[in-house]
Design a protein around this ligand. Structure first.
Ligand SMILES: Cc1ncc(COP(=O)(O)O)c(C=O)c1O
Length: 385
């Protein structure tokens, strides 16, 4: 609980609010924030340290505000990873995709504007909306967490949002969005108007691809749609598959008009020279940084299959189809008990989204073995309650 004295002039709408964040607990097995559990290898660490050492004598100066070298490196990365070559002015980076998303809300949201999302989804979205005085509107997903595309398309016309925000694969459920669905959303945006904006203005579609590298190989990314559609922005991050969460680097791919809009609201020199140097070094080692992704995909498939074989109070567990590095499973009539009992055994997972569901992020082989052992014990305990 935060203790903010009541005589401080905190914004009225923030009174009683708590800072957002998954618990950071000192436990042996942390499977709660969807990181890549495998550390960068020692050669990559040496190169990061070398790059940072190289720029240290320039730290009396402000960094490159436009971070051109880094945007060029993301262009190369997407050419390789998603088979799409974008220009430097179609790319933009920030301190995590959290900051990218906040900049999107700052530029395109605001008083009188609405953002539309599809619940359950990433729990930070309502916070970006709150912080920018944007109204957050959600349309429920289907029972299996896929998008109800007819309902989504209809809502774009009815709600008249300035931002339509869809996550693929979705967090916390792992659900992917097909290219066909993405195109339908985009076409609906291109037809729709925007409350609080002039005639002829259309919503932008933001596709949050934080976990996209974990998708089935060969499936296209939404970045392939950028050249044909001026109103799409694809948010990405180095925090997940790329094993670089501690450095705080996210980026967005979109047409120049969208990038230029973000440049209006960004803080001057928002991306430090140290961050830029570290990210450039890591991107030079893309193959090494992504070398564990195939194994994590395999771990996900094995974990999902194992969970589907477990029973809770006589019924088989339901496991949501995931294309990400986590698995969403349930349904528990007392998920708090399962969550706490796992924690007592040194395994931290996440209790987010609809009641009864839990999310476990893929760890190392050893961590997953400990998860399975603890979870089996907890299920037996639940049975005897
Ligand atoms: C769907 C989604 N988007 C964005 C983020 C933010 O990631 P970062 O700010 O580390 O890039 C997360 C983090 O968990 C996420 O799950």
């Amino acid at each position: 609980m935060s203790a903010i004295p009541s005589n401080l002039p905190l914004r009225n709408d923030l009174i009683g609010e708590e800072p957002y964040g998954a618990p950071q607990l000192d436990v042996p097995v942390c499977l709660n924030v969807n990181e890549n559990p495998y550390a960068p290898n020692p050669d990559v660490c040496d190169d990061i340290a070398r790059r940072v050492r190289d720029i240290a004598p320039t730290l009396n100066r402000y960094p490159d505000r436009e971070h051109i070298a880094l945007r060029r490196a993301f262009s190369d990365y997407l050419a390789k990873e998603s088979d799409t070559r974008l220009a430097v002015d179609q790319l933009w980076a920030a301190n995590g995709s959290n900051e990218i998303m906040l900049q999107i809300f700052q530029a395109f949201g605001g008083p009188g504007r609405k953002a539309l999302g599809f619940a359950p989804t990433y729990s930070m979205y309502p916070e970006y909306a709150r912080d920018t005085f944007t109204q957050w509107v959600t349309v429920p997903r289907n029972d299996d967490f896929t998008l109800n595309i007819e309902r989504a398309v209809a809502a774009i016309g009815e709600v008249r949002p300035s931002i339509v925000l869809v996550t693929s694969p979705n967090n916390p459920t792992g659900t992917p969005l097909s290219m066909d669905e993405t195109t339908q959303l985009l076409e609906a945006c291109e037809q729709a108007s925007v409350d609080g904006a002039a005639d002829g203005v259309h919503p932008i579609l933001v596709v949050d691809e934080a976990y996209v590298e974990f998708r089935t190989p060969g499936v296209p990314s939404a970045v392939t749609l950028i050249d044909k559609h001026p109103n799409i922005a694809v948010s990405r991050t180095m925090s997940k598959a790329f094993a670089f969460a501690g450095a705080r680097v996210g980026y967005v791919a979109a047409n120049k008009g969208i990038i230029d809009s973000l440049r209006i609201v960004r803080m001057p020199y928002h991306l430090s020279a140290v961050t830029q140097a570290a990210a450039l070094a890591a991107l030079e080692h893309t193959d090494e940084q992504l070398s564990t992704v195939a194994h994590l995909r395999q771990t996900r498939e094995q974990t999902a299959a194992w969970l589907a074989q477990q029973t809770y109070k006589g019924a088989a567990l339901t496991v949501a189809h995931s294309e990400s590095n986590f698995v969403y499973f349930g349904v528990f009539d007392d998920r708090d008990f399962i969550f706490r009992s796992l924690l007592e055994r040194g395994v931290l997972i996440r209790d987010v989204g609809p009641d009864g569901w839990l999310r476990v992020c893929m760890g190392t082989d050893d961590e997953m073995a400990r998860f399975r052992e603890a979870f089996s014990e907890v299920l037996r305990l639940a049975e005897s309650r």
